[in-house]
Design a protein around this ligand. Structure first.
Ligand code: ACK
Length: 956
C-alpha cells in the first residue's frame, strides 16, 4: 500500500492533500464453508468468506441453481490494505434443490469479472415419500393372483420396504414374495389369495433421515384388499332340536361369507318360510352377528316356530345360505321331541389347591329339557376314578381329597329324562404342589441374625422355591427375587432387591418371609419360613495362654478356607451360571428321568447333603453376586491324546440334560489337566434301560470323535471310560448350553402386535449372530475336511462356550465317510426332517453337501432367533412343497445377501451348493463390512412362533 502526502506551508497552518495509492485489485475467489450433509427442511448455515482486496465496496451475492438468494453480509475487516468479507446464508434446502450449485460471488458494479465460490451439486436427503400404493381392483375372488406395489421416492434409497397387514386373519407370511428393485418399488404377490389374507395393507420403510417418530419409519396409506368367498354355515352341529308339544322351537343358522350371506328357510315339504308367516306361526330374524363388516360378514338367521304341534311340525327344516359366489350352503335341522342333551363344553379349572380342583362348564344343547350334570374326576396316572358328584343343574363342582401335584382328568356329563349325553366335556390339570416343609423333604430357614436365607434338600426335578416377604409397616406380600432352583444360601435383602426395583432395605426391614414351591408353573400355597438365630458365640478365651496359638492357627485356617473359597468360585462360577441361566427352556425332550439316573452315576453319596461341595456352593454364592462374570475353566492344559480316564476320578455333580436314552452329566474330573486339580467336564452316558443298540451308537460316536483332531469350533473329546457300564464319553463343558435355547432366550419378552412394534433381542446383536454363523461354518468346514458328515446339524446340536464361541456337537448320527463319500442310511431312529436335504429325505443319501443344506436351515434358525423351521407346516406338507420348489421365504429382517446364501444351501442340485469353506469366507467378508445383516429390531416374533405338532418319526 502506497500513498503520498503533499505539504504546502502557510504562515498559519499546514495544508495536506492526500492521494490514495492503494491498488484496486480483484478479490480472491470466495470460499463456501458448511453444507456437508443437507436434509430437506432442516436449516443449514453456509458461510462465504472472501479476501476482497480494495476498496471495500464489494458485496457477496448468493445464488441457488442460478436463482439469486439473499444472504447476510455480516462483517468486513481490514487487514492491511485488503478487506475480508463474510456472508452467511441460512438455507432451508428443498429436495428439488438436489443437483443445484450454490454459488457465492463477489460483486461490484464497475467490475466485470465477479469471482465466485461454488458448493455443489448439492445432495439434499429427505424422508421417504410413498408416491403410490396400488391396490388390486377390489373385490377379488378367493384363489386369484393378486399383486400390489408401493412406490417410494427417497434419498438415500432405503434398504428395504416392508409390507404389513392389519385387519383380520393371518399376517403376510410364507406365501408372500416381496421384490425391491432399484426404482424403490416393492411388489407384493399373493399367489392364491385366501379369505384370511383380506385386510388393510401398507408399506413401511426407513432411510435413516430422521422424522418426528422415534423409529423414523415412514408408513404408507393403507389400502384394503377385499376377498370375496362363498358362504359357509358355521353351526352345523345343530342338526336336531327337541321340543315338547306346545313349546316354541328356535332354529338357528349362522353363515359367514363375503358379500353378505342371504338366508332362506324351508319347512316341511319344502315350503318357503324365508319371511314371517301370516298366521304368526313362523318368525324369521336375520342379523349381522359378527365379522368386521368389511372383509368378513357373518349373519345369524333364527326361525322361531311358535307353539309346536308335534303332529304337524315335527320334521326336517332347511336353512340355505348363498351370496352369489360358489354353491349354496345348507343346514338341515330335524325338529323332534325331547332328546338326550349334548355334552357340556368349555370345562375349565377355576380354582385349585394341593387337595382340590374346582371346575366350571357350559351346558350344551339341552335336548328340550333342563339337564342335570354328573362329574367324574380321574387320576391320569392309573385311570382310577377318585371323585364323583351329581350337581343337579349347577354348572360347577369341586373335586376334593386329591393328591398334591398330581394330574387329573375331570369329565362332565349332562343328563335329562331321555338319558345321559353321548360323550362328555373334559379338562385335565394338576393340583398344586404341597407347600415346602421338612415333611416334603425341603428345609428353608431364615437366619434373622445374619439375614441369610438357606434352602436345602431341593431336588431340581421337584421345582423351585419362590420367596415372598412382608416389609415392616406394609401388609402386602411381595414376591422376592427369582425362583430358587437349587440348594443355596442367599442374603435375603439382596435377593429381594434384585426383583423389587426399590432401594435395598436393611435386613431388619423385612418382617416376615414365606415360601411357595413351584413346579412347572404351578406354585403351592405359601408357608411361613422357619426363623433361626446364630448359635450363641463361644466364651472368649480371655487371658488364656493358648490365645496366641489359637489366633495363628485361626489365621492359617482362614487363609486355607479363603483359598478354598477362591477355587470354589472359579469352579462353581460356571456351575452357578448354568443354574441361573437355564430358565424358560421350551423345546426340550420331555422323557422323564428319575433321580436314580443321576444317583447311578454319582460318586457322591446322595445322603451326604453336607458334602464339602455343598458347603463350597453356598459360600461361593454368598461371596459373589450372581451378576458377576463367572470364571472359565481352561482346557488348554488337557493332554491332547484322547485316552481312557479312570472312572473313580470323576465326581458327578448334576444332570445337564437328557434324551430318550442318553444323558449328559456335569462332573468334576481330578487330574485331567496337567496344572490344576479338578476340571469341570460334561459326561455323555446312557440312562438306565438303554439297549445294546444305544450303546453301539454311543461307541460309534466315540470312535468318530477319537478320529477328529481338536478344533476350536468342534466340541472337544477329553477322555472316556468304557471298560464297564455305564459308558462315559468325557467332553469339554460348555457353560451356555445349546445354541437354539440361547437364541430363543434372547428374544424380547414383550409381546408384539404384528406389524406395529419391533421385537428386540435382549442381548444378541447382528454381529453376535453373524459370528455364531461363522463359528459353525468353520467347525463344519473342519469336520468335512476330515471326511466326516454330521447328518444332524441344527442349532440344538451346537453348544455355546462362556465366551460365546459356538462349537459343533452331537455326533450321534455322524458318519466317517473317508472311503465312501456318500453315506446311505439304514433304518435308525427319528429323523431331523426339517433340517434334512431333499435327497436325504427322499433317497437316504447323506454327503457333505447335505450337511450344507442343514447349515442353511441352521442359518435360518439363527436369523429367526431359534424359530422352528417351516413353522406353519407339517413335515409331510413341507416335503411336498420342497419337491415342488418351495423354500422358506426371506425373514423380513434378514438382508438379501444372507438369504441368498440360505437359498444356495437349499439348491436342488447338491453340486450347486456352496462348500463350508466358501460359506465361511463369505461370512467373514460380511462381518468385516460391518453392515447389519440381521436387523434384530425388525424381528417379527409372531411370524416365527407358529408351532405344529411334531410328526411321528420326526426329530424336533
Ligand atoms: O442346552 P443344554 O443345557 O445343553 O441342554 C442340553 C443337554 O445337555 C442335552 O444335550 C447339554 N450339554 C450337552 N453337552 C454339553 C456340554 N459338552 N457342555 C455343556 N452342556 C452340554 C445341552
Amino acid at each position: 500500500m502506497y500513498w503520498c502526502e503533499i505539504y504546502t506551508r502557510s504562515p498559519f497552518q499546514n495544508h495536506i492533500a492526500t492521494k490514495d495509492m492503494r491498488v484496486r485489485g480483484p478479490p480472491a475467489t470466495p470460499v463456501i464453508i458448511g453444507g456437508a450433509a443437507m436434509i430437506e427442511d432442516a436449516p443449514t448455515i453456509l458461510t462465504c468468506t472472501a479476501d476482497m482486496g480494495y476498496p471495500d465496496d464489494w458485496i457477496l451475492v448468493w445464488s441457488n441453481g442460478g436463482s439469486p438468494i439473499t444472504g447476510t453480509n455480516t462483517s468486513s475487516s481490514a487487514a492491511g490494505s485488503r478487506f475480508n468479507f463474510t456472508s452467511i446464508l441460512n438455507l432451508t434446502p428443498r429436495k428439488e434443490d438436489s443437483g443445484n450449485n450454490i454459488t457465492c460471488a463477489a460483486q461490484r458494479a464497475s467490475w466485470t469479472v465477479s469471482p465466485q465460490g461454488t458448493l455443489g451439486p448439492i445432495d439434499v436427503r429427505y424422508v421417504p415419500v410413498f408416491l403410490a400404493v396400488s391396490s388390486p381392483a377390489n373385490p377379488v375372488f378367493e384363489g386369484r393372483y393378486v399383486s400390489m406395489s408401493c412406490l417410494v421416492d427417497a434419498n438415500p434409497r432405503p434398504d428395504d420396504i416392508i409390507w404389513e397387514k392389519q385387519g383380520p386373519g393371518i399376517a403376510p407370511s410364507s406365501d408372500m414374495s416381496v421384490y425391491n428393485d432399484i426404482s424403490m418399488a416393492s411388489v407384493l404377490t399373493l399367489g392364491r389369495i385366501t379369505r384370511e389374507q383380506s385386510g388393510y395393507y401398507s408399506c413401511r420403510t426407513n432411510n435413516g433421515v430422521p422424522t418426528d417418530d422415534p423409529s423414523s419409519d415412514v408408513v404408507s396409506t393403507k389400502v384394503p384388499v377385499i376377498v370375496q368367498y362363498e358362504v359357509n354355515i358355521t353351526n352345523k352341529v345343530m342338526i336336531e332340536v327337541g321340543v315338547n308339544d306346545g313349546d316354541d322351537a328356535v332354529l338357528t343358522c349362522v353363515a359367514v361369507g363375503n358379500p353378505r350371506p342371504v338366508m332362506e328357510w324351508y319347512g316341511l315339504n319344502n315350503t318357503d318360510i324365508t319371511t314371517d308367516s301370516q298366521d304368526g306361526k313362523f318368525l324369521v330374524t336375520n342379523e349381522i352377528s359378527g365379522g368386521d363388516g368389511t372383509f368378513a360378514l357373518e349373519v345369524t338367521s333364527t326361525l322361531t316356530i311358535n307353539a309346536v304341534d308335534s303332529g304337524v311340525d315335527y320334521g326336517v327344516y332347511t336353512c340355505n345360505s348363498s351370496n352369489g359366489i360358489g354353491r349354496i350352503n345348507s343346514l338341515t335341522i330335524t325338529l323332534t321331541g325331547i332328546k338326550r342333551p349334548d355334552k357340556p363344553t368349555s370345562v375349565e379349572i377355576t380354582e385349585r389347591t394341593a387337595e382340590f380342583l374346582t371346575v366350571t362348564w357350559t351346558a350344551g344343547y339341552d335336548g328340550g329339557e333342563t339337564p342335570s350334570f354328573r362329574v367324574s374326576c380321574i387320576k391320569t396316572s392309573d385311570s382310577t376314578e377318585v371323585f364323583t358328584e351329581e350337581t343337579g343343574g349347577k354348572t360347577t363342582s369341586t373335586a376334593t381329597g386329591l393328591d398334591d401335584y398330581t394330574e387329573y382328568e375331570i369329565r362332565v356329563y349332562a343328563k335329562n329324562s331321555i338319558g345321559e349325553s353321548i360323550g362328555y366335556g373334559n379338562t385335565m390339570g394338576y393340583t398344586l404342589p404341597s407347600p415346602p416343609s421338612p415333611e416334603t423333604g425341603i428345609v428353608i430357614e431364615f437366619n434373622t441374625d445374619s439375614g441369610y436365607m438357606k434352602v436345602e434338600w431341593l431336588k431340581e426335578e421337584n421345582g423351585c422355591i419362590q420367596l415372598e416377604v412382608q416389609y415392616q409397616g406394609n401388609d402386602t406380600w411381595q414376591e422376592c427375587g427369582d425362583c430358587i432352583e437349587s440348594d443355596q444360601t442367599v442374603t435375603l435383602s439382596e435377593w429381594c432387591a434384585s426383583s423389587q426395583r426399590r432401594r435395598r432395605r436393611a435386613v431388619g426391614d423385612i418382617e416376615a418371609v414365606r415360601a411357595r414351591l413351584c413346579i412347572g408353573g404351578l406354585c403351592s400355597q405359601p408357608t411361613d419360613v422357619r426363623k433361626v438365630k446364630d448359635p450363641p458365640a463361644p466364651d472368649m478365651p480371655g487371658d488364656n495362654p493358648g490365645i496366641s496359638v489359637g489366633v495363628i492357627v485361626g489365621v492359617i485356617v482362614g487363609v486355607i478356607i479363603g483359598l478354598f473359597v477362591l477355587i470354589a468360585i472359579v469352579v462353581l462360577g460356571v456351575f452357578a451360571k448354568r443354574n441361573f441361566g437355564n430358565h424358560g427352556k421350551e423345546d426340550r425332550e420331555t422323557v422323564d428321568l428319575s433321580m436314580t439316573d443321576v444317583q447311578r452315576h454319582s460318586t457322591i453319596p446322595q445322603s451326604d447333603a453336607q458334602s464339602p461341595y455343598q458347603e463350597i456352593t453356598e459360600l461361593a454364592i454368598i461371596s459373589r453376586p450372581t451378576n458377576q462374570e463367572p470364571e472359565r475353566v481352561d482346557y488348554a492344559n488337557v493332554p491332547t491324546a484322547h485316552k481312557a480316564f479312570p472312572r473313580d476320578q470323576l465326581k458327578i455333580i448334576k444332570e445337564l440334560g437328557h434324551g430318550n436314552f442318553g444323558l449328559v452329566l456335569l462332573a468334576e474330573a481330578s487330574g485331567m489337566t496337567l496344572g490344576s486339580k479338578v476340571t469341570l467336564v460334561a459326561v455323555k452316558t446312557l440312562k438306565e434301560g438303554a439297549g445294546q443298540s444305544d450303546k453301539a451308537d454311543m461307541m460309534r460316536e466315540l470312535d468318530l470323535m477319537k478320529k477328529l483332531p481338536d478344533h476350536c469350533n468342534v466340541v472337544r473329546l477329553l477322555g472316556f471310560c468304557v471298560e464297564e457300564d455305564p459308558p462315559y464319553i468325557i467332553v469339554e463343558y460348555l457353560s451356555r448350553g445349546n445354541l437354539k435355547d440361547l437364541l430363543k432366550d434372547s428374544r424380547s419378552k414383550g409381546r408384539r402386535v404384528y406389524g406395529n412394534l419391533h421385537g428386540i433381542s435382549k442381548s444378541l446383536t447382528s454381529k453376535d449372530l453373524m459370528k455364531f454363523a461363522k463359528d459353525v461354518a468353520d467347525g463344519m468346514a473342519f469336520i468335512s475336511s476330515q471326511q466326516c458328515i454330521h447328518r444332524d446339524l441344527a442349532a440344538r446340536n451346537v453348544l455355546v462356550a462362556e465366551d460365546m464361541t459356538c462349537k459343533v456337537s452331537d455326533f450321534g448320527l455322524a458318519r466317517d465317510v473317508m472311503n465312501i463319500r456318500v453315506y446311505e442310511r439304514r433304518s435308525e431312529g427319528p429323523l431331523p426332517m426339517r433340517w434334512m436335504a431333499l435327497e436325504s429325505i427322499l433317497d437316504d443319501v447323506y454327503t457333505a453337501e447335505s450337511d450344507v443344506w442343514s447349515y442353511g436351515v441352521l442359518l435360518w434358525e439363527i436369523v429367526t432367533l431359534g424359530a422352528r423351521p417351516y413353522p406353519a407346516m407339517t413335515a409331510n406338507v413341507m416335503i411336498g412343497k420342497l419337491q415342488s420348489g418351495y423354500r422358506m421365504p426371506k425373514p423380513q429382517h434378514c438382508q438379501q445377501e444372507l438369504y441368498a446364501m440360505m437359498l444356495r444351501c437349499w439348491d436342488d442340485d447338491p453340486d450347486n451348493r456352496p462348500t463350508f469353506t466358501m460359506i465361511s469366507a463369505e461370512l467373514e467378508k460380511y462381518i468385516n463390512k460391518g453392515k447389519e445383516f440381521i436387523s434384530i429390531k425388525d424381528f417379527q416374533r409372531t411370524v416365527y412362533e407358529v408351532v405344529l405338532e411334531q410328526g411321528a418319526g420326526e426329530k424336533v
